[in-house]
Design a protein around this ligand. Structure first.
Ligand code: FAD
Ligand code: SF4
Length: 470
C-alpha cells in the first residue's frame, strides 16, 4: 500500500498546523499552533518518500528514526511511533515545538526542494502529545535496577536527557536544580507561545513514573556541596547551562530602561504562572516603545513577549540581514506577523538618554568578508548614524558559560571561554578531567539548542554507563 501511494507528495502539499487568529496571538501567552487532527497527520506523514538514506535523520542532532515513525503514524500505529520516537529523543514533544526545523530535519528533507518538506516537527509533537493523552507511557518492563546512582546537576534538557538514559539502564538518577520547577530554559526562558509550561510539567510526571527523582530548590555549591555529591553518588553529571549575559560594550548600557533579555522573559513567565515572589521584578513594557537588540531566538522571544504585553511599538535591530539571522526562520516570520518591525543591518553604537533611555543610536552596516565561523562580518558605513526612539531597550546578545568556582576545586577543567572540557570522542563520552564527572549541553558547547543539549546529556549517560561498567 505504501509503494502504491509513494507519490502522495504530488497530490498532497505541505500543510502546517493552523495558527490561532492574529488578535489572540497578539494578546495571549498560549501556543500559537493548533494541534494536528488525526486525518491531517496521516496525510502529512504519508508524504514522506521513505528515502533509503534519509538526510533528515543525519541532520537531526539526536538522529531520530524519522521515516520509520512517520510511516507508523501514517498507518495509525501511534503507540509504536511514540515508543520508537522515545528511543532517540528524551523530549520529542518539546523538540517538535521548538527546534529550528528549517535548519535541521526539514531543511534536509528531499521534498524541501520545491515540493515542501514533510512537517516532521509538528508530527513529532503530535505523536507524543496524543499518545501521552491516550495513556501511553514509555515501556520500562525490561528495566533491571542496578545498585548504582548518579547525581545530575541541572534539570534542563541536558540533565533530562542524561536522566532518561540512565533510568532506562537501571541506574538511579537524582536530579538537583536550584529553581522551583524542572526544565531549565524550557521553563525559565522560552515563552509559553512557543512552549506551554504544562508540557514540561507533564514530562516531569512521566520521568518520575519512570524512576527519575527531582530535587528542586537545591543550589549545588550552596545547599549541598559538590564534595558531598562526589562522596554519595557513583558519578556526577553537570548540565548547568550558560547564564552570563553578553554585553554590547557601548555607552548607555546601564541607563534605567535597559534590561537583559532573560530577566525580562523570566519575570513575564513568573507573573503569568503565579510564581512571582516580588512584583518589583516584573518588567512592564505596556504602552512603551521597545527596541530589542539581537537577532536570535532570545531576541524573537523578547519581541513577541513585548507585543503581548501591549507595547506601543516593537522594533528589532539586527546588525546583519534577514538571510544571516541565527535563529529559526519560522519564528522570525511569526514575529513579523504579530507586528514586530525589523531594522536589519543596524549595529547599535550607544544607548542615549538623560537619566533614562530615550533612544538607541545605530549605524547602518553592509556585509563584508566571512568571519572565522563563515558568517559575513557586518561593516559599518561611515556617516549613517541614526537614533531609534525607545523607552525600553532589551539586550539579547547571548550568553556565556559561567562555571562556578567549586568546579575547579573538584578538578573539572574549563577552556579559555569558560566551557567545561568534556570531549565526545573518548573512551567514556563527555567525561571531564575528573573521571567521576561528566558534562553536556550549553555549559560544554556554549548556548545552543534544546535538541543538542538533549543529545549531549544522552551521550554523556552512555559514557557514565561505560564508566560504571553496567
Ligand atoms: P539549561 O536549560 O540552562 O538548564 C540548566 C539548569 O541547571 C537550570 O535549570 C539551572 O537552574 C540549573 N543549575 C545551574 N546551576 C545550578 C546549581 N549550582 N545547582 C542546581 N542547579 C543549577 N533552543 C531551541 O532549540 N529552540 C528555541 O526556540 C530556543 N529558544 C530559546 C529562547 C531563550 C529565551 C533562550 C534563553 C534559549 C533558547 N533556546 C532555544 C536554547 C535552549 O533553551 C538551550 O540551549 C537549552 O535549554 C540548554 O539546555 P541545558 O540543559 O544545557 O541548560
Ligand atoms: Fe527535527 Fe528536532 Fe525532531 Fe530532530 S528533534 S526530528 S531536528 S524537530
Amino acid at each position: 500500500e505504501r509503494l502504491q501511494n509513494s507519490f502522495q507528495f504530488l497530490d498532497v502539499g505541505r500543510q502546517d498546523p493552523s495558527k490561532k487568529d492574529i488578535g489572540q496571538r497578539r494578546t495571549s501567552f498560549v501556543e500559537i499552533y493548533e494541534p494536528y487532527k488525526e486525518e491531517e497527520v496521516k496525510h502529512q506523514s504519508h508524504r514522506c518518500l521513505g528515502c533509503g538514506n534519509p538526510y533528515c535523520e543525519w541532520k537531526c542532532p539526536v538522529h531520530n528514526y524519522i521515516p520509520n515513525w512517520l510511516k507508523l503514524v501514517s498507518e495509525g500505529n501511534l503507540f509504536e511511533a511514540a515508543e520508537l520516537s522515545h528511543q532517540t529523543n528524551s523530549l520529542p514533544e518539546v523538540c517538535g515545538r521548538v527546534c529550528p526545523q528549517d535548519r535541521l530535519c526539514e531543511g534536509a528533507c528531499t521534498l524541501n526542494d520545491g515540493f515542501g518538506a514533510v512537517t516532521i516537527g509538528s508530527t513529532e509533537k503530535y505523536i507524543t502529545d496524543t499518545a501521552l493523552a491516550m495513556g501511553w507511557r514509555p515501556d520500562m518492563s525490561k528495566r533491571v535496577w542496578t545498585d548504582k546512582k548518579v547525581a545530575v546537576i541541572g534539570a534542563g534538557p541536558a540533565g533530562i536527557g542524561c536522566a532518561d538514559v540512565l533510568v532506562r539502564a537501571g541506574v538511579k538518577p537524582v536530579v538537583f536544580d536550584r529553581y522551583p520547577e524542572i526544565g531549565g530554559l524550557l521553563t525559565f526562558g522560552i515563552p509559553e507561545f512557543k512552549l506551554e509550561k504544562s508540557v514540561v510539567q507533564r514530562r516531569r510526571k512521566v520521568l518520575e513514573e519512570m524512576g527519575v527523582e527531582f530535587r528542586c530548590n537545591v543550589n549545588v555549591g550552596v545547599d549541598v556541596s559538590m564534595d558531598t555529591l562526589l562522596e554519595e553518588y557513583d558519578a556526577v553529571f553537570l548540565g548547568m547551562g550558560t547564564y552570563k549575559y553578553m554585553k554590547g560594550g557601548f555607552p548607555g548600557e546601564d541607563l534605567p530602561g535597559v534590561y537583559d533579555a532573560l530577566p525580562f522573559l523570566v519575570s513575564n513567565v513568573n507573573r503569568n504562572m503565579g510564581w512571582e515572589e516580588n512584583s518589583a521584578d516584573f518588567v512592564d513594557v505596556k504602552d512603551k516603545r521597545v527596541v530589542v537588540l539581537g537577532g536570535g531566538d532570545t531576541a524573537m522571544d523578547c519581541n513577541r513577549t513585548s507585543i503581548r504585553q501591549g507595547a506601543k511599538s516593537v522594533v528589532c535591530a539586527y546588525r546583519r540581514d534577514q538571510e544571516n539571522m541565527p535563529g529559526s526562520r519560522k519564528e522570525v516570520q511569526n514575529a513579523g506577523e504579530e507586528g514586530v518591525q525589523f531594522f536589519f543591518n543596524r549595529q547599535p553604537i550607544a544607548i542615549v538618554g538623560d537619566g533614562k533611555v530615550e533612544g538607541i543610536k545605530v549605524v547602518t552596516t553592509e556585509l563584508g568578508e566571512p568571519d572565522e565561523n563563515g558568517r559575513r562580518r557586518p561593516e559599518p558605513i561611515a556617516g549613517s548614524e541614526e537614533v531609534i526612539p525607545a523607552d525600553v531597550v532589551l539586550v539579547a546578545f547571548g550568553f556565556q558559560p559561567n562555571p562556578p568556582a567549586w568546579l575547579s576545586d573538584a578538578g573539572v577543567d574549563t577552556n579559555s571561554w569558560g566551557g567545561v572540557v568534556a570531549p565526545e570522542m573518548q573512551d567514556c563520552k563527555f567525561q571531564t578531567s575528573n573521571a567521576k564527572v561528566f558534562a553536556g549541553g550549553d555549559m560544554v558547547r556554549g548556548s545552543d539548542l534544546v535538541v543538542t543539549a538533549v543529545w549531549e546529556g544522552r551521550q554523556a549517560a552512555e559514557g557514565i554507563l561505560d564508566y560504571l561498567k553496567v
